[in-house]
Design a protein around this ligand. Structure first.
Ligand code: GLY
Length: 288
């Protein structure tokens, strides 16, 4: 089948100074993911590599560029999900891993467990040969200029064999309390993928997302609605039940992609049928 990929660089009040850098970053990420898919690569490889590009970009809240917590340190969370097996790997509160999504993939494929946190996750990273870095080296000039909100990056893809995958990575909310973990590393909250229905990656403030398990909810809606509509339905449930706002990207088993957000802006890029599009979507003031 025709492969497809959609990525996001966060749904929040993206300040003007981040709009162009964000668009550049998500375009590079989606192009890399699409290249992998078009050369016969797996959806898992495509979402991992797309997220690595966004983690390495200083303008996005994940990996290098993560928003610092109240102590001025980064604490990062990430998850990757395999829609074929429903297996996932996730890490939370890691401070010294430059690409948490790589560690999440290793957790999924090289351990019998699904989730590791903090120092234990970092020990595991070392045992897998990942370099640990100075936490201060992960703070970018862009991140220091942000005053509120949370970013997050994510990707979902379907490959030519019809396998789907989802990945999400974040530095979380700016100046969050030390030890606070949001939705991103939690299965069904920050991401979900099931080959039988579709895949999702969520962004926004983690607490409301966790309460409605936004990614799982949106994939459930995908069983009866096209991606954009399913995304809107899930966000509407979250807004009505919790007052929380966010964004979500979706792909279904036919390879249709879609997204929606209830925040002011959302950075999104997608590639399908040979075409690539990257944008910062903006809602009119009455709608956010
Ligand atoms: N969605 C990212 C977070 O709340 O940590």
């Amino acid at each position: 089948m025709e492969p497809a990929i959609i990525v996001h660089g966060g749904a929040w009040s993206i300040p003007d100074f981040l709009v162009e850098p964000n668009i550049k970053a998500i375009r590079r990420a989606v192009e890399r993911g699409y290249e992998i898919l078009n050369s016969g690569g797996s959806a898992l490889d495509a979402v991992e590599e797309a997220v690595v590009i966004m983690e390495d970009d200083p303008s996005l809240d994940a990996g290098y560029g993560s928003f610092p917590n109240e102590e001025g340190l980064v604490e990062m969370d990430a998850i990757i999900v395999d829609g074929r097996t429903l297996k996932f790997g996730s890490v939370a509160s890691v401070k010294r891993v430059r690409n948490p999504i790589r560690l999440a993939r290793l957790v999924m494929e090289r351990t019998e467990n699904h989730m590791f946190v903090s120092e234990g996750a970092e020990k595991l990273a070392e045992s897998f040969g990942l370099d640990l870095v100075d936490p201060q080296s992960l703070i970018s000039e862009f991140a220091l200029r942000v005053v509120r909100d949370s970013g997050t990056v994510g990707a979902v893809a379907i490959d030519s064999r019809g396998n789907m995958a989802a990945a999400t990575s974040t530095g979380g909310i700016i100046r969050k309390k030390s030890g606070r973990v949001g939705d991103s590393p939690l299965i069904g909250c920050g991401a979900f993928a099931d080959n039988l229905i579709g895949a999702a990656s969520a962004t926004g403030k983690g607490e409301p997302i966790m309460r409605v398990m936004l990614s799982r909810l949106a994939v459930d809606f995908l069983a009866r609605a096209p991606p954009e509509e399913a995304a809107k339905m899930a966000l509407e449930v979250m807004l009505k039940r919790t007052g929380g706002r966010g964004g979500i990207i979706l792909i279904n088993s036919r390879g249709d992609v879609g997204f929606a957000h209830t925040t002011k802006r959302m950075a999104v890029a997608y590639a399908k049928d040979g075409e690539v599009k990257a944008l910062v979507s903006e809602l009119p003031p009455a709608e956010h």
